[in-house]
Design a protein around this ligand. Structure first.
Ligand SMILES: C[S@@+](CC[C@H](N)C(=O)[O-])C[C@H]1O[C@@H](n2cnc3c(N)ncnc32)[C@H](O)[C@@H]1O
Length: 227
């Protein structure tokens, strides 16, 4: 369900918590607050689908193939469904989130999982992760962060893709460079171009209409590392 279609009470809470976090110059602070408040109820996590994201599934069906032990990293993994889908295909998956309650939730949902779930901050990437992952999946995380930290987020995501690796980004798109209201704050073409500046080349993109007025556009964009 798109954020705009969530119950008004939940949208108001998210807006308030996000506004407060930004006012305190800590734009990621509200995620842990939201997971704690949800208290195990997935209806209170606006992005929870309890299944692999359909755009990731779409890309995997077309391009993913078998993982064959290749290293995959799922950024901002939320409740873990995308990480589990990659593990089921045979990728060796590391999945991290800044919110400890989200990671504990993943571990509770998938106690036998082969996925390595970790609490970590995208803005402090581990040195051992740099240029290490054959497949990096970033689904709706950058768009959940305000424009003030966008370039830093894009650079951090790009930094963990292996020299011959692939990055898959699932994000909303916006048509102009003007600052949108958020969260979420859809990505612009200039922002997506920053992946190119960070050594990644766009290989393919598929855009989906999510409905709404004005129409919400969401895409998966596949990038290849250029070395
Ligand atoms: C909008 S949710 C999307 C979750 C998941 N990727 C999905 O599509 O269901 C954004 C997620 O990114 C996490 N996150 C936000 N900032 C982060 C950071 N700096 N490092 C790691 N995770 C972060 C949040 O805790 C949250 O789980």
């Amino acid at each position: 369900m798109a954020f705009e279609q969530q119950p008004e009470s939940l949208r108001q809470k998210v807006q308030q918590w996000s506004d407060e976090a930004i006012a305190q110059s800590d734009p990621t602070a509200w995620f842990e607050r939201l997971y704690i408040a949800a208290d195990g109820n997935t209806d209170q996590v606006p992005w929870a689908r309890l299944d692999v994201h359909p755009h990731i599934q779409d890309w995997l069906s077309q391009h993913g193939g078998r993982g064959e032990g290749r290293a995959a990293l799922v950024i901002g993994c939320g409740l873990g469904d995308d990480a589990e889908a990659l593990a089921a295909l045979g990728f060796a998956v590391t999945a991290f989130d800044i919110a400890p309650t989200a990671i504990a939730w993943c571990q509770k949902r998938f106690p036998e999982s082969p996925v390595t779930y970790l609490v970590a901050d995208l803005f402090k990437p581990q040195a051992a992760w740099l240029k290490r992952f054959d497949l990096v999946v970033e689904c709706r995380d950058i768009q959940a962060l305000p424009l003030t930290v966008r370039s830093e987020a894009i650079a951090a995501v790009a930094s963990v893709v292996a020299p011959a690796g692939t990055l898959l980004v699932v994000t909303r798109l916006r048509a102009t460079e003007a600052e949108p209201d958020g969260p979420p704050w859809p990505l612009s073409e200039q922002e997506l171009a920053q992946f190119g500046a960070a050594g990644l080349q766009e290989r393919q993109r598929q855009v989906f209409d999510l409905g709404g007025d004005p129409m919400i556009h969401q895409a998966w964009v596949e990038y290849a590392a250029t070395g």
